[in-house]
Design a protein around this ligand. Structure first.
Ligand code: ADP
Length: 166
């Protein structure tokens, strides 16, 4: 039986840490759906369409990866995709409290679901979407932290010239 895993997140914006997790998941599972959350209660910097574009820009060379979007309960989305596997990234111990809480709740809502935690390469341990936005807002280059398409979209969003382009 082929195994579909779902990697949900805000991806606001997608970073190289997210990409590292996507690549690891693609090596482990037959099919990986990167699911962009559409949560009206959580103010995002980038629209769902922009965040989908970010994911698309990095998965074109990963044949078993797809992009999707969901609103509402993640477990309902998993059921529509016939998946029981949830991927989440664990950076440092500080992620654990929140991630375990979510994994426990998802298991209560859908008994068969398994959350698989993947650890990124050490260079991405302290990388987060919010830090990347802050760095870009203050005028620094973000090319080390995000894929090229995302770097361009960040510069556009924060009104910076493309003079840091690599
Ligand atoms: P959410 O709002 O669902 O937490 P995020 O985009 O912030 O969405 O994160 C999605 C998942 O990716 C989470 O499991 C998070 O821990 C993980 N993640 C975020 N940044 C990194 C990173 N630098 N390395 C590995 N995993 C990460």
């Amino acid at each position: 039986m082929s195994q579909t895993a779902v990697y949900p997140g805000s991806f606001d914006p997608l970073t190289k840490g997210h990409l590292d997790i996507i690549q690891r998941a693609c090596r482990l599972f037959d099919h990986v759906i990167v699911a962009v959350s559409n949560n009206p209660g959580k103010q995002a910097t980038f629209s769902v369409a922009e965040r989908i574009q970010m994911v698309e820009s990095v998965i074109h060379d990963l044949p078993n990866a797809d992009v999707g979007t969901f609103a509402g309960l993640l477990v309902d989305y998993l059921k529509t995709k016939k998946s029981r596997l949830l991927i989440r990234g664990l950076r440092a111990v500080s992620d654990m409290e929140y991630e375990f809480q979510m994994a426990d709740m998802n298991r209560r809502l859908y008994r068969e679901v398994e959350t698989v935690f993947l650890m990124p390469d050490a260079q991405y341990t302290y990388l987060s979407s919010s830090v990347v936005k802050e760095v870009c807002r203050r005028g620094a280059s973000v090319h080390a932290f995000v894929p090229p398409t995302v770097a361009r979209m960040l510069r556009r969003k924060f009104g910076r010239k493309d003079n840091n382009k690599r």
